[in-house]
Design a protein around this ligand. Structure first.
Ligand code: HEM
Length: 123
């Protein structure tokens, strides 16, 4: 069994990403980076990506192709400040799921590494 199944599959990822985007919506500096008026489509893309990354359905790549996350973030100025805002909302969202610590740890670790890799602009 992979982490996707272990933590509860689709409904868990829906809750995680929805809570995350509520945080983004309430953070004007971070929100300003998101090009679309409606955060719904961005929410869906991130959810599909995370589901795929943690061993769930591969809908993300079927619809969007290879993730190439660094390349896809080039249009957005990801500074250390933006990275920290993004991480704060994701870690809060993760905590809101009340997952067992061992699973939370695996996800937290991934988010730290990936978010740092995406920094592309000095503060
Ligand atoms: C663990 C770290 C992160 C992951 C896994 C991640 C993942 C993604 C994914 C999958 C997309 C959609 C790409 C596509 O299919 O077009 C996306 C878009 C985006 N990301 Fe990230 N991201 C991360 C960190 C960040 C950070 C630190 C920022 C900083 C502000 C950021 C800002 C954005 C913005 C503005 C978009 C465009 C929204 C959209 O239209 O989808 N991301 N990200």
């Amino acid at each position: 069994m992979n982490l996707y199944d272990v933590i509860g599959g689709a409904p868990t990822f829906e809750r995680l990403v929805h809570a995350f985007y509520q945080g983004v919506a309430g953070d004007p500096k971070l929100r300003a980076l998101y090009p679309e008026e409606d955060l719904g489509p961005a929410e869906r893309r991130l959810r599909m990506f995370l589901e795929q990354y943690f061993g769930g359905p591969t809908t993300y790549s079927q619809e969007r192709g290879h993730p190439r996350l660094r390349m896809r973030h080039v249009p957005y100025p990801v500074t250390l400040d933006m990275r920290d805002r993004w991480l704060r909302h994701m870690l809060d969202a993760l905590d809101s799921l009340d997952l067992p610590e061992e699973h939370r740890e695996v996800m937290r670790d991934y988010f730290f590494r990936a978010a740092h890799m995406l920094v592309n602009t000095p503060d």
